[in-house]
Write a protein that binds this ligand. Structure first.
Ligand code: NAP
Ligand code: 3JN
Length: 334
């Protein structure tokens, strides 16, 4: 791979920092690196491969001479600046939902639909973190037995809501343990020692009573798997876990797949690790998945309420496979 001029927009954020770390950890061939953020970060530096890199303020001119830009600075920022970058010949891998459902824009998980990357017209979308870890596991099951319906409930870590949310969980947990109420400003309710069935934390609910996070899982799953007939329903819940999203997933198929057959298929699947040994109480755990590149699946069992369905538990690092790593993998394909 020829070294590329790379920019990271939103580099000071929780996802942006993981993007820099992932570029470094995977030894992505970089000719030059720009780290971009808002006016608030003027004067700050970030470290890449042991060197201090000054943070530049994102502007329409940031992308001249840049080959690949990884964006994680929110949908509004992507909408404003990604088209400028694409016009300057840069390929944008965008981590927001700005164009995820645009039929002209590829929505890519490299283990699932890498062929869609080459259809890009300057912008490629990274899916939502909860969708990514689920479709990595669904893909081999769909290929083998044709999935007809998915019922998913998520247990989403606070890191998915950014750096302010991580601080809120830490400070609130300490306050509650000290017998204080602990205020909240990021989440709509206390997150410490609680579960909140509302993601995102603001303007969450859509007309049908689902949240936008739930509808992302419904719509993105169909687009990535290339099958509009798969029926998906989701309940997304924020839990007081710092990092890694967990999911309880029920999968109905046309062809009956036993739990043993599913485990055998998933052991061969790229990016998937089966952790499923009940005798040793081995199943995927958020605390173990953090910092890992793979998606972990376990508790795979035949659904006793249905002739052709499976239940399973899926865990992955939402900042890595759910965001930064998936974006860097797309950049590697580019
Ligand atoms: P965060 O920790 O709050 O960081 C936000 C980043 O965006 C910071 O670098 C911030 O710069 C920058 N930024 C904000 N407004 C900007 C502006 N007007 N111009 C330039 N930079 C701006 O949030 P995060 O958790 O990293 O998430 C960032 C975005 O990534 C989200 O909004 C979302 O679109 C996407 N995301 C996607 C997933 C996924 O499911 N794939 C998961 C999480 C996040 P300053 O530090 O200068 O303020
Ligand atoms: O809350 C989570 O666990 C995942 C958050 C994702 C997110 C946060 C802010 C804006 C997104 C996303 O990628 O779906 C967005 C966005 O829609 O851009």
């Amino acid at each position: 791979m020829n070294p590329r001029a790379v920019a990271v927009a939103g580099a000071t954020g929780v996802v942006g920092r993981q993007m820099l770390k992932t570029l470094e950890d995977r030894n992505f061939p970089i000719k030059s690196l720009k780290v971009l953020a808002s006016e608030r970060s003027k004067g700050k530096t970030l470290t890449f491969k042991g060197e201090e890199v000054p943070v530049e303020v994102l502007s329409e001119d940031s992308f001249k001479g840049v080959d690949i830009a990884l964006f994680s600075a929110g949908g509004g920022t992507s909408k404003k600046y990604a088209p400028c970058a694409a016009k300057d010949g840069c390929v944008v891998v965008d981590n927001s939902s700005a164009w995820r459902m645009d039929p002209e824009v590829p929505l890519v998980v490299p283990e699932v639909n890498p062929g869609d990357i080459q259809k890009h017209k300057g912008i490629i979308e990274n899916p939502n973190c909860s969708t990514i870890q689920m479709v990595v596991v669904l893909k081999p099951l769909h290929d083998a037995a044709q999935i007809t319906r998915v019922v998913v409930s998520t247990y989403q870590a606070v890191s998915g809501a950014g750096s302010a949310a991580l601080n809120e969980l830490a400070e609130q947990s300490a306050a509650v343990l000290n017998g204080e109420a602990g205020g909240h400003s990021v989440f709509p309710h206390t997150i410490a020692f609680n579960c909140i069935p509302q993601i995102p934390q603001k303007d969450a609910f859509t007309e049908n009573g689902y949240t936008s996070e739930e509808m992302k899982m419904v719509n993105e799953t169909k687009k990535i798997l290339g099958d509009a007939n798969i029926r998906v329903t989701a309940t997304t819940v924020r839990v007081p876990v710092f990092n890694c999203h967990s999911e309880s997933v029920n999968v109905e198929t046309v062809k009956k797949l036993t739990a043993d057959q599913a485990r055998a298929l998933l052991r061969q699947a790229p990016g998937v690790i089966v952790e499923d040994d009940l005798d040793n109480q081995l199943y995927p755990l958020a605390v173990r998945a953090t910092g890992k590149w793979d998606t972990f699946v376990g508790r795979i069992r035949d659904d006793i309420s249905h002739p052709s369905a499976l239940d399973m538990w899926i865990v992955s690092d939402n900042l890595l496979k759910g965001a930064a790593l998936n974006a860097v993998q797309i950049a590697e394909y580019l």
